[in-house]
Write a protein that binds this ligand. Sequence first.
Ligand SMILES: Cc1cc2nc3c(=O)[nH]c(=O)nc-3n(C[C@H](O)[C@H](O)[C@H](O)COP(=O)(O)OP(=O)(O)OC[C@H]3O[C@@H](n4cnc5c(N)ncnc54)[C@H](O)[C@@H]3O)c2cc1C
Ligand SMILES: NC(=O)c1ccc[n+]([C@@H]2O[C@H](COP(=O)([O-])OP(=O)(O)OC[C@H]3O[C@@H](n4cnc5c(N)ncnc54)[C@H](OP(=O)(O)O)[C@@H]3O)[C@@H](O)[C@H]2O)c1
Length: 306
Amino acid sequence: MADIKLPEVELNIYSKNNPVEVEVVENYVATKESSPNFVRHVTFDITGTDLVDRIRVGQSVGILPPGEDERGRPHRLRLYSVSSPSTGEHGKKHLVSTTVKRTIEEIDNNLYLGIASNYLANLKPGDKVRMTGPSGKRFLLPENALNFNYLFFATGTGIAPFRGMIQDLFSADYKNDCVLVFGCPYRTDLLYADYFEEMDDKNTNFHYLKSISRESRRKDGTKFYVQNQISDQKELLYPILNKENTLIYICGMKGMELGIYKELYKQGLTDYLEIKKSPEGSVDDIPSDKFKHFIKPSARTFEEVY
Ligand SMILES: Cc1cc2nc3c(=O)[nH]c(=O)nc-3n(C[C@H](O)[C@H](O)[C@H](O)COP(=O)(O)OP(=O)(O)OC[C@H]3O[C@@H](n4cnc5c(N)ncnc54)[C@H](O)[C@@H]3O)c2cc1C
Ligand SMILES: NC(=O)c1ccc[n+]([C@@H]2O[C@H](COP(=O)([O-])OP(=O)(O)OC[C@H]3O[C@@H](n4cnc5c(N)ncnc54)[C@H](OP(=O)(O)O)[C@@H]3O)[C@@H](O)[C@H]2O)c1
């Protein structure tokens, strides 16, 4: 097994008490087809700030929305994963992007719009935004990134870091295998689909698998979730998963990681797991809140879910 050493990164060069003002340069819908889930790709110009050359893919930036909450306190900071590569969006190191989904909730006939996501999604080129960061040091590609195979699992906007990671890898002379498994409710919710499809067509070592959860069911009646690809795509995935230089990265909805760990455990792919205590019955019967007492990710598995 090659050494997995994550790079040293700088954290919180700008904090919530000392944010930096950056300008929006683009803001477009990240789905190919029109979707009722509004996800946007937003790019900021960080020219002249200490963020230039210091944001790594896998990190997040903080956004401070203007205004106050109902108690009169300034709106709190929200984090957004960087979706541009480490070399910058469009190959320009002064451009950094994120992928934001408008959060909308209907409760008792009242519609609630999430503060920061809708603020970001409404921005236009030329608008100024208060930014902090970078934050996060555990969800990075290793220093010797080209030496590994990757299995990336993403749900929804959890695709953000993988877009940049895949650009980082394939703009270098990457020869190993990289698989992106992306899960979303409907085909209309596929994010950056044109880019990933083109990558899949052009690179024999890049594989794009889609898990569309609400359009049809698997033979056993269960949903098409990202973790089911481990058994559904055995022929492609087993040879990759059985190589000792393969790493798994998971990003998106909280809960997806448990499904992936259960599937890895059932399939005997336990090098990706740290078994603290073997379950007496089925791994499916472990309650979510007790799961970490039984099974945790090993050093070969990285997760960022919330
Ligand atoms: C490390 C990290 C990375 C992240 N990366 C991304 C990313 O790349 N892209 C992304 O889109 N998100 C990302 N997030 C999530 C993001 O930080 C925000 O949590 C998310 O956008 C929601 O924030 P908001 O301000 O829009 O919603 P909030 O205002 O915080 O509201 C949260 C939810 O509550 C609902 N709500 C609001 N008021 C009420 C009320 N009175 N009663 C009931 N419900 C209400 C809103 O509709 C919304 O659904 C990330 C989070 C973390 C921790
Ligand atoms: N860096 C980070 O940590 C990071 C970055 C970006 C986003 N995120 C988080 O990622 C989430 C993405 O949400 P979204 O609204 O963008 O996603 P979405 O488009 O609604 O897609 C989520 C998909 O995951 C499926 N799913 C639900 N439960 C699952 C489970 N237990 N295992 C596997 N798949 C499951 C859903 O299926 P059904 O709904 O049909 O059941 C759906 O197909 C948000 O919670 C966001 O905050 C995290």
